[in-house]
Write a protein that binds this ligand. Structure first.
Ligand code: AMP
Length: 238
């Protein structure tokens, strides 16, 4: 196994290489984008920017943006591009994004992808974007979604079937009671999959055509998948 793969498995907190720049994690709901983004954060020391997490933060704080987004999220519909783009623009102003960042759950529509491409093209001194699309089959996505539980204190992600906490219903680290996202039900999952097929599949095709694109099998051990993503990004950066 390569040194970088070992580092992912060890969870060492070091940026081993200067590979980063912007990295997109694409894939259906439940494919493991959030889990894998957290592995890549450990590996490269660059931030994860999850538009889902940012939106849920707004909902929890009861901001105007959160009030506009709440119902859409709970029904599995996408939040309007202008709102999400603006939120990403704000986040990208933070200095921790200078070396690179992992976009998790963005872009999800072609207009979002074109907005991001335009933004990156305006900074030609930066590294080009690399896109990694994760795949697992439908039934497994459903199991992952309905089994997913989150720690409200540290945001660790568990799965009651495949990655349960040591004590039922409690975070291993914080001891906090785990929660289930309101949109992680079978009914809302079906709607999220419809939104994915209609609006996000064209985004995957856009980046596939663009060249710096890899598909990674999202089925297997978390560390092994992370090692596969790291290898793909390193190859695409050459
Ligand atoms: P996620 O945590 O990525 O599964 O996102 C949860 C929900 O937040 C989605 O089902 C959408 O309602 C909303 N959302 C997250 N990212 C985006 C995005 N890039 N564009 C539009 N809506 C989004």
């Amino acid at each position: 196994m390569s040194a970088s793969a070992t580092a992912v498995e060890d969870g060492r907190d070091t940026a081993l290489t200067s590979v980063p720049g912007p990295i997109l994690l694409l894939g259906a709901p439940g494919v493991g984008k959030g889990t894998q983004a957290k592995e890549l954060v450990k590996h490269w020391g660059i931030p994860q920017i999850s538009t889902g997490d940012l939106l849920r933060g707004h909902v929890a704080r009861g901001t105007a943006l959160g009030k506009a987004a709440k119902e859409l999220i709970e029904h599995g519909n996408l939040v309007p591009d202008s709102i999400v783009n603006e939120m990403v623009a704000e986040r990208l102003k933070e200095p921790d994004t200078v070396r690179g960042y992992i976009l998790d759950g963005f872009p999800r529509t072609l207009p979002q992808a074109h907005w991001l491409d335009g933004r990156l093209a305006a900074h030609p001194e930066g590294l080009p974007v690399v896109a990694v699309s994760l795949h697992v089959d439908y039934n497994q996505l459903l199991r992952r979604i309905t089994g997913r539980r989150n720690c409200p204190a540290c945001q660790r992600i568990y799965n009651i079937y495949s990655n349960p906490p040591r004590r039922e219903g409690l975070c291993d680290v914080e001891g906090a009671a785990l929660v289930q996202r309101a949109d992680d039900t079978e009914e809302v999952f079906a709607e999220r999959m419809r939104a994915y097929a209609a609006q996000t599949t064209p985004v995957v095709e856009h980046y596939r055509a663009h060249g710096r694109f890899a598909e990674v099998d999202g089925d297997g051990a978390i560390a092994a998948i992370a090692a596969g993503i790291v290898a793909a990004v390193e190859r695409l950066r050459k």
